[in-house]
Write a protein that binds this ligand. Structure first.
Ligand SMILES: Cc1ncc(COP(=O)(O)O)c(C=O)c1O
Length: 392
């Protein structure tokens, strides 16, 4: 018998990172070491306090049994307190917060929760590529909205053609952004809310890098904008700020109907998130300030060090105000794939070619800031050598 996969699954585009990871893995089998500036999680170790909490939590009998579908009250309450303290948001733990199995999973399920076949998503690009697969799984479509440097890579709502605005049922936002490092402003979110209301477009803001914001104060938060809960939700991740990406947990906050939809969706595919993981995140949130206190300075120093040298070497780039990446323009005569391969094969540096992040990325590579001081020195020395080689 010939077994065929469903058309829905066949129509989901391949994960764009697969061919890139394949190339990297072929190169890593050679005995010349690679410098990994392609990585999307910070280089810090998981805090000891969280490891201790997890160790204790796995011994609790309640955590070895089915738990409440929507999550432990202790965690939902703690998230609500944390949102109030950090962003001034009032979020009811009963019906305005949904736990997700990592924001990747939550973001991928949103289209299935909200869209019907052939509905249209507005997708600002370059962007994190995983949104596209969720859209395909819901049998919906997307239209790219080009983000531009002259607008600091914020969506320019006035430039979206009216036929797209009319078709669009949902828009994905991501600030601080992957791959660019652009950040939102309070005014931008105010404009977003009124545009979304006027045009009946649902807003899904991905705040996975909420703690990776290098200006004064906290990263502007969509859902704290007046009226935002009427039009959308915002996702937060615990993966990056607490170095626990392997635990797979995040949450969404905002509009009650959407939150209810996410909860129903989760209850179909999973039971609860493992209780020991939920307990660990309660501790993480209670100690948030202390556990994340060095992020700003560490990453700001790295950005300064790298961009000073890039200036000296004559590179063009977007100076990030958030996230953990530098969006670097390729050298003349290259595109993102050929420059990525040159760096990988000849200079033994792993980056991410910009084209995987959608149109607008063809002449860029994404360089991760997840590097130690020594690794940064090596990276900069290699880029200097590359400059000299290209001048020959
Ligand atoms: C913009 C963005 N959103 C979401 C995620 C997924 O994070 P999580 O580990 O919470 O699934 C990532 C991971 O790289 C990301 O870069």
């Amino acid at each position: 018998m010939k077994i065929e996969l469903s058309n829905t699954l066949k129509n989901v585009p391949e994960n764009v990172f697969y061919p890139i990871f394949k190339l990297i893995s072929e190169e890593s089998s050679s005995n010349k070491p690679l410098l990994n500036a392609g990585i999307g999680v910070p280089d810090s170790d998981t805090p000891e306090l969280l490891l201790e909490t997890l160790e204790k939590a796995i011994r609790k009998p309640e955590n070895m049994r089915y738990g409440a579908f929507d999550g432990k009250e202790t965690l939902l309450n703690e998230i609500s307190i944390w949102l109030k303290e950090t962003y001034g948001i009032d979020a009811d733990p009963k019906d305005e917060i949904a736990l997700v199995f990592g924001t990747k999973s939550g973001l991928s399920s949103v289209p299935s929760v909200l869209l019907n076949k052939d509905d249209t998503v507005l997708l600002p690009v370059p962007s994190y590529p995983d949104y596209i697969q969720g859209i395909a799984l819901a049998q919906a479509n997307y239209e790219e909205i080009q983000l531009k440097e002259e607008n600091n890579y914020l969506v320019d709502y006035s430039s979206i053609p009216s036929n797209l605005v009319e078709k669009g049922k949902l828009i994905f936002l991501n600030y601080p952004s992957n791959p660019i490092g652009a950040v939102a402003t309070k005014e931008f979110y105010e404009e977003t809310v009124s545009w979304a209301k006027e045009n009946s477009v649902i807003v899904v803001q991905d705040h996975a890098y909420s703690d990776f914001y290098y200006n004064e104060g906290s990263s502007p938060c969509f859902i704290s904008t007046p009226g935002a809960k009427d039009v959308g939700i915002e996702f937060f991740s615990f993966s990056k700020n607490f170095s626990i990406s392997g635990l797979r947990i995040g949450f969404a906050v905002g509009n009650k109907e959407i939150i209810e939809g996410l909860r129903v969706y989760n209850s179909i595919f999973h039971a609860n998130i493992y209780g020991a993981i939920q307990d660990t995140v309660v501790t993480a949130l209670k100690n948030h300030k202390q556990l994340t206190s060095n992020i700003k300075d560490t990453f700001k120093n790295r950005i300064e060090k790298i961009t000073n040298k890039l200036d000296e070497l004559g590179y063009s780039y977007f100076k990030p105000e958030g996230s953990i990446f530098i969006w670097l323009k390729v050298k003349e005569g290259f595109d993102s794939q050929s420059f990525f391969e040159l760096l990988l094969k000849q200079y033994r540096i792993v980056t991410m070619p910009g084209h995987v992040f959608g149109s607008g990325g063809e002449n860029y590579i994404r360089v991760s800031l997840s590097l130690s001081d020594t690794q940064i020195d090596t990276l900069l020395a290699k880029l200097e050598q590359l400059n000299k080689d290209l001048e020959k």
